[in-house]
Structures are given as structure tokens and as C-alpha cells.
Design a protein around this ligand. Structure first.
Ligand SMILES: [Zn+2]
Length: 524
């Protein structure tokens, strides 16, 4: 259930391709030897879990092959991840009657009735050809195969809350095999993943966030973050004024969108109400099932109400932030308002290089290759003069080429198309944060420390935020599935677009992190 892309004030039912147990369609279709090994390991993993659930080894092996073949058919009908970033190609609003005609073979009415979805609710079928293929499979594939598939998917989702043997087997495949981890994560981390997930989207994520805010959030951080947001919005408004490639007509529209952008800092208020959810000390899996049921009815209830603009998607304890296209808002959970992103005792150089860059990044998402297609109210509507849109696309294409030449691991290069929006947001966000830092430095002067000037410390702070260790296996998986570039390219790639960085460190022509004048490709 999500806002209608073309009328962001109302919620509609949204059908999105899915149903795979591997992280992406590429894992089923990529001919590379590593992916082929992962497919073999996945089939063995399915069989191992079915055996734990009581099947004989022979039955488990046969069922695993059937299940994999069905998932492979779903993968073949799925769009590439980069193709999901075209909002028009992924918008097909229709009635439930239209859907029955479009995708015959599946009992759509009985399915929607079982979920108590009103017959009058419109459906946005994001990938029509996927649902045509799905409905044909529903009609043609044996019921026993579908039963085995659904049983497998339930076991897969539930494994982290089932007895230890299931959890260990799940960890062996999803972490050790796919990500190269050498030992399971500590227990608190595994439990937190079940409760909240990495972005707080699991059913009880906001409950965990409420505990975090009560013990760990300093209100002073909120005021300072808002000050930085204001500085950065002003910096972008001034950038828009001086952009050489954009006409006045488009600039006026861009300013309207920027001025309308809503800002949320800290935590959802009022908090999400969990009073209808029963949590007890008897059964971990039972709590998990009830929480999922609670979340499903909370989600479906949105169909009967207009869009709630106060709702947060990330929970308060999450170290992350987001821009929401259909609400035209930027959201910064309390979890990211702490070191190394933000430190109330640090000066502007450190904080603008850290949280300031994140704020600039999220604001720029409203104007990246995807976000720019939505207007001030969050509606999918073209507000660009045709020539400006063309010039934007030329600049974006040069950034796509730049990042597409970077190596993720071994011989795997980054997908310049998939990561384009994030890269535009990184380059623009860093530029805006630096401009805002210069303004803030007038109010709060920064000093040289340990031989580094304030400008140098701004860029060092930015780079420090992205320190990370990743195993090669995980890097390979992310190169296929993550819209973000690997952190070292997020840093090097966006610094190569900053004249202020070259000036701060005295870079000369020919130095490794400088790009030629012609390939600077200014977007924002
Ligand atoms: Zn981003």
C-alpha cells in the first residue's frame, strides 16, 4: 500500500515483482561461475531446510529442484534492477477488473477478498509482464509445487526465529556463503535484525526506535541538525540561481520544489501505536508471527485513509536517512545524529563534512535522475523545459560513465545506471555541504587542528564517515543489488568533482583524484 505516484494524497494498492529467495534476479540468470556456485549452494540450502522441517532427504532434494525451477521462472519474468528506476515504465494504474483481464490465470478477486481489500481499490501494477507471467504460472504449475514453494518461503522468512538448527542453516547460506562472513553475528545483533531489520522496516522496528530515543537521543542534536538543513537548503537555492545550463522557467519550478521540501529530524511524533500487539515471553516465533499479522493489518488499513504525511519509514535508532519522492520530504532518524556523523562538541568543519553531507545528499535526491521527475507535492509530473531535461540527461550520462568504469571487486565493475541517483546525490550533497559549511564558518569560526585547515578537516570528516570493511563475496553481491556505490568510490568519485577539495589539498593537474575540466559534468 503506497501513495498513487500521480496523486500523492491517496493510497492505492501496489503490485511489485518479487517472490525470489536469492537477493536479485541476476543471481538466477548471471552466467558467471560465482553466480552458478551460489545457485548450487542455494538449492542445497533449500533441501537442507526442508529436511530440518521433516522431509526425507530424497523428498527434500526433489522439492528443492521444483522450488528452484519456479523461482527461476519468476526471475526470468522480472525486470533488471536498474529498469525499476524509470517511474513512468513502472506505473500502470488500473481497476481490479483491468487486472483480471491483463493477467488471467490467478484468482485475483478471491485473493483480494481474503485480504478484505475493497473491490473499488485501484491497483498500480508496476511490472505488468511480471504479473502476466505469474498468473500463467499460477494456472499451469502443479498445485503441489506451489504448496512446496510457499512452505519454503515461510520457512525461509521464519528461520531466524525457529530452533537453532534452522537459524544456523540460514546463517550458513545467507551470511557465510553469500557475504563471506566467518562467524555468526552476535546474538544482540541477530535479535535486533529480527525485531527491526536494517532500516527499521520489520514490524517492531519503531518499538525498538522508541527505546533508543528514550535513552540515547540528545535534543540539542535536533536543533543543530535543523540549522544545518536550513544552511544547505539556502546553498541549493543559490546554486540553482547560478546554474548555467538551466533555463529560468525550470529554475522557478526547482525553487518551488525545494521550498516545499518537508524536513523530519529525530523520531516519529506521535509514535507508532503498538497497543493492539500482544508480545509475551512464551514464544519468540509466536511474537514474530503476531507482529507480522499486526503489520499487515496496519498496512491494509491505510487503503481506507488518505496518506498520513506524519508516518516515518525508518525507525528512530537507524543510522541512515532518506528522501521520500511522493511526500517530497527528507528524514533523519536520531540514530544518524551521533558520531562520526554528528558530534555536539565538534566544530562546523566536522559536522558539515559528516551529517551536513548526508543532509545535502538527501536533499539532492529530490533532484536526482529519479527524484527530479516528481514535483513539489510529490506527484509524478514533468515540470522541466524539454531542453533542460535533455541537458540534465547528458550530464547524468557522463556520471553514469564515470562510475561504470570503477571496479567493485575482481573484474566486476559498478553498474553506472543502477547507482546513478546515489552518485548524483553524493556529488551534489558534498558540494552543497561545503557551501553551507562556508556560511556556518562565519557564525562559528573553525580552527586549524593537528596541522589540518578547517577546509581540509571538512573533507577528512566526510571520508571518515564512509570507513567500512567488506568481504569480497559481499562486495560482489552488493555490486549487483545495491543502488549505492561501494564507500571508497562514494568518497573518491564525489571528491573528484569538488574544486574546493583540490584547492584545500593543493592538487595539481595530473594528480590521481582530479578530473579533467571537460568531465566535471556539473549537475547540481
Ligand atoms: Zn541516497
Amino acid at each position: 500500500v503506497s501513495p498513487d505516484d500521480k496523486d500523492s494524497s491517496r493510497n492505492v494498492l501496489v503490485l511489485v515483482q518479487g517472490g525470489l529467495g536469492l537477493p536479485d534476479r541476476d543471481f538466477y540468470l548471471n552466467a558467471d561461475a560465482k553466480f552458478s556456485q551460489w545457485r548450487d549452494a542455494y538449492r542445497s540450502h533449500i533441501a537442507a531446510v526442508l529436511a530440518l522441517a521433516g522431509d526425507s532427504p530424497a523428498v527434500a532434494k526433489a522439492k528443492a529442484e521444483e522450488i528452484f525451477a519456479l523461482e527461476l521462472a519468476l526471475a526470468r519474468a522480472s525486470r533488471e534492477r536498474a529498469a525499476l528506476r524509470d517511474p513512468y515504465a513502472n506505473y500502470h494504474l488500473m481497476t481490479q477488473d483491468d487486472l483480471r483481464v491483463l493477467a488471467p490465470g490467478f484468482a485475483w478477486s478471491r485473493f483480494f477478498d481474503a485480504l478484505r481489500i475493497p473491490r473499488s481499490t485501484p491497483v498500480n501494477v508496476r511490472q505488468p509482464e511480471f504479473f502476466q507471467a505469474f498468473a500463467a504460472l499460477a494456472r499451469d504449475v502443479d498445485l503441489s509445487t506451489w504448496r512446496a514453494y510457499l512452505r519454503w518461503q515461510l520457512l525461509r522468512e521464519a528461520s531466524p526465529v525457529l530452533p537453532r538448527a534452522f537459524e544456523d542453516e540460514h546463517d550458513r547460506f545467507y551470511n557465510a556463503t553469500l557475504k563471506g562472513t566467518k562467524s555468526p553475528a552476535p546474538r544482540f545483533r541477530r535479535v535486533l535484525d529480527v525485531i527491526s531489520g536494517r532500516v527499521g522496516a520489520e514490524p517492531m522496528g519503531h518499538a525498538a526506535g522508541q527505546l533508543f530515543v528514550a535513552t540515547a537521543f540528545a535534543p540539542a542534536a535536533k536543533a543543530k541538525a535543523r540549522e544545518a538543513v536550513d544552511d544547505i537548503k539556502v546553498a541549493l537555492a543559490e546554486r540553482i540561481d547560478t546554474l548555467e545550463w538551466m533555463s529560468d522557467a525550470t529554475k522557478a519550478q526547482a525553487r518551488i520544489k525545494l521550498a516545499a521540501m518537508d524536513i523530519k529530524v529525530g523520531y516519529q511524533d506521535p509514535p507508532r501505536d503498538y497497543s493492539a500487539l500482544r508480545v509475551d515471553s512464551q514464544s519468540y516465533a509466536g511474537n514474530w508471527l503476531r507482529a507480522n499479522r499486526f503489520e499487515m493489518s496496519r498496512t491494509l488499513a491505510k487503503l481506507r485513509r488518505p496518506v498520513d504525511r506524519g508516518e516515518w519509514f525508518m525507525a528512530a535508532h537507524i543510522v541512515n536517512a532518506y528522501y521520500n519522492t511522493t511526500r517530497n520530504e527528507i528524514v533523519f532518524p536520531a540514530g544518524i545524529l551521533q558520531p562520526p556523523f554528528f558530534d555536539a562538541d565538534a566544530d562546523a568543519a566536522i559536522n558539515y563534512g559528516g551529517i551536513g553531507m548526508v543532509i545535502g545528499h538527501e536533499i539532492t535526491h529530490g533532484f536526482d535522475d529519479y527524484g527530479r521527475q516528481y514535483d513539489a507535492e510529490g506527484n509524478l509530473r514533468d515540470w522541466w523545459q524539454a531542453d533542460d531535461a535533455r541537458r540534465y540527461s547528458e550530464r547524468a550520462a557522463s556520471i553514469e560513465k564515470q562510475y561504470g568504469s570503477y571496479v567493485a571487486v575482481d573484474d566486476i565493475k559498478l553498474n553506472g545506471k543502477l547507482t546513478l541517483g546515489e552518485n548524483i546525490a553524493d556529488i551534489g550533497g558534498l558540494k552543497l555541504a561545503f557551501l553551507a559549511f562556508q556560511k556556518a564558518a562565519v557564525r562559528h569560526p573553525s580552527q586549524s587542528i593537528d596541522g589540518l585547515t578547517p577546509e581540509q578537516r571538512f573533507f577528512v570528516s566526510f571520508a571518515q564517515v564512509w570507513r567500512i570493511k567488506v568481504r569480497d563475496e559481499h562486495e560482489r553481491m552488493l555490486a549487483v543489488s545495491d543502488p549505492h556505490s561501494p564507500p571508497r568510490w562514494r568518497v573518491t568519485g564525489s571528491l573528484s568533482h569538488q574544486p574546493a577539495f583540490a584547492a584545500a589539498f593543493g592538487c595539481k593537474a595530473g594528480d590521481g583524484m582530479l578530473r579533467g575540466e571537460e568531465s566535471q559534468a556539473e549537475v547540481w
